[in-house]
Design a protein around this ligand. Structure first.
Ligand code: FAD
Ligand code: FO1
Length: 492
């Protein structure tokens, strides 16, 4: 089965045009390289499937290349360790089971990728898709730097319906994008073909990777935010997590997913989805099998996993200012500016917030859950961001601080879901206006009392206290910006 036509976008047409296989073409056709970026897996990956299909059609070998940036968007040990441990597994498995070589480069992709394509005389570069601006800039630059003969194909293997097929404009609400996605399910919400081992040999080059030294180095340099121990990286662990979720937790999803005191109802898949160690389409296929048994829970889960997640990609792709106040829409910007000078009950600095030094024990608990556990419960993320709006001097500063903290500590940070979630909470993006009140204006507000009516607030605070205690006991050291041991904040 070939990759669906709409899933592949041609970013650059090389002069070979890749119409003819090597034997019948007058000029030489070189290998296919898949620059793996956002979708770091060998299973259920349409970009890899496309690269393999094209290599077969052209009768050339195929390789996977990964570029490790020097500090990608401020990533620390927590995120880089998780990613590299997953890639270490992937590199071994892809070479042994599919006979596809894996190359790792370090530095700027705009240098390393064109230089590798030149060295191996590649004809086709396949990449996966991310709506983030840095990634798009790099791809534009790489398109300019590679030789005229090279074609570049981009494959959206993160979304079930490719972002560009769903919509060519910024969508206002989940309800506007939902039918645009579901109408395409017959073509795109389908099972994956399996890949066979490659027979066309890659010409040998010295490419052994000292993973352990690399990981040690990256973890040492990024020690300010240490790795997490509860979430095992890699595709196998991701599939086990999915299996555990669908067999034991999914049935409670619609009833309990918004209860941070019962975190057992949510999937815990976001770290794997963020690094592409699992395909959202695979998660959706497995959940859909249980639709007859738990219709409400499955529909709710699929709505979050598909509609809200794909809405976030739509927002980041079509809104250039997705991570700042400028990315607010007219009504949200106007109402927040109207209330910019309202008196705040508290104003905290970024440092006070980072150290969880507010007067609200519930907020402090959520901040510490993020700092120590690396993943805050989804419901608390909304409360957390809205309170930052309430307690900082401007909505501009609120978005800036929320993005900084979210990306620094969350294992799933630096994700379109994070930017859209922050903009939803603080600026009302994708939301409706509510009754006007101080500081928030017409933005939906949340309160401690509201949370206490919904769930066991004290239970949640006690649960986070235990996480902090356990972190201290295990001696996981948190370093400050100067690389010195930092004080671990405690809950009052
Ligand atoms: P589950 O409830 O099991 O959901 C399964 C998957 O569906 C998630 O992994 C995610 O891919 C998707 N999903 C669920 N809720 C949302 C949502 N509201 N928007 C978009 N997709 C969703 N998500 C991140 O992946 N990275 C972030 O940095 C991030 N930051 C957020 C910040 C704020 C202020 C808010 C309000 C939300 C943020 N989210 C973020 C979205 C959501 O909270 C997380 O995806 C979810 O809590 C992850 O846990 P889970 O995988 O167990 O979720
Ligand atoms: N992708 C890469 O290709 N190279 C990296 O060095 C890299 C680091 C990285 C660090 C943290 C993080 O959250 C993601 C990281 N990614 C990296 C993955 C990828 O770039 C992102 O998931 C997408 O850009 C999100 O759309």
């Amino acid at each position: 089965m070939a990759v669906q036509l709409g899933r592949v976008r041609i970013l650059k047409e090389g002069i070979h045009k890749l119409h003819q296989p090597q034997s019948s073409s007058s000029s030489k056709v070189g290998p296919v390289v898949y620059w793996m970026f956002r979708d770091q897996r060998l299973r259920d990956n349409w970009a890899l499937i496309h690269a393999v299909d094209e290599a077969k059609r052209l009768d050339v070998p195929v390789a996977v290349a990964f570029n490790l940036f020097d500090g990608f968007l401020g990533a620390k040990a927590r995120q880089l360790g998780f990613m590299l441990r997953g890639l270490k597994q992937l590199s071994h498995e892809i070479e042994h089971t599919l006979h596809i070589p894996f190359f790792l480069f370090q530095g700027e992709a705009i240098d390393t990728i064109p230089s590798f394509l030149k060295e191996c005389e590649a004809s086709l570069l396949v990449t996966d898709f991310s709506p983030l601006r840095e990634v798009r800039d790099w791809k534009r630059e790489i398109s300019k730097r590679v030789s005229d003969s090279v074609s570049i194909h981009e494959v959206d293997t993160h979304n079930i319906v490719p972002m560009w097929v769903t919509s060519d404009k910024l969508e206002d609400f989940a309800r506007t994008i939902r039918p645009k996605i579901t109408n395409h399910f017959p073509d795109y919400f389908i099972d994956f073909p399996s890949l066979k081992p490659q027979t066309k040999k890659w010409v040998a080059t010295n490419r052994s990777i000292d993973w352990d030294t690399l990981i040690e180095d990256v973890v040492r340099k990024g020690a300010e935010v240490p790795e997490i121990k509860w979430c095992e990286p890699g595709e196998i662990a991701a599939l086990e997590t999915l299996n555990g979720f669908v067999t034991a937790k999914l049935e409670n999803y619609s009833a309990d997913r918004n209860n941070p005191f019962k975190p057992k109802a949510t999937s815990g898949l976001s770290p794997y989805l963020h690094f592409g160690q699992i395909s959202a389409q695979r998660c959706a296929l497995e959940a859909r099998k249980l639709r007859k048994v738990y219709p409400q829970a499955v529909d709710k889960f699929l709505d979050e996993l598909i509609v809200w997640k794909e809405l976030a990609d739509n927002y980041c792709y079509y809104e250039p200012h997705y991570d700042s106040f400028q990315g607010a829409w007219d009504w949200g910007r106007t109402t927040l500016i109207d209330h910019a000078f309202d008196k705040r009950q508290h104003i905290y600095t970024c440092e006070q917030l980072e150290k969880a030094q507010t007067a609200d024990p519930l907020w402090n608990a959520s901040q510490l859950e993020m700092v120590h556990y690396g993943k805050m419960h989804g419901y608390m993320r909304m409360y957390w961001a809205k309170k930052i709006l309430e307690w900082t001097s401007s909505p501009q500063e609120a978005v800036e601080i929320a993005v900084y903290l979210n990306d620094k500590y969350h294992i799933d940070g630096r994700d379109p879901n994070g930017y859209a979630g922050i903009m939803w909470s603080i600026c009302g993006v994708h939301d409706n206006g509510f009754q006007e009140r101080p500081v928030y204006g017409k933005i939906r507000s949340m309160s401690y009392a509201g949370c206490a009516r919904k769930f066991n607030v004290d239970g949640y605070i006690a649960y986070v206290k235990k996480i902090v205690r356990d972190t201290k006991k295990k001696g996981e050291i948190l370093l400050n910006n100067q690389g010195k041991q930092a004080e671990i904040p405690t809950l009052q």
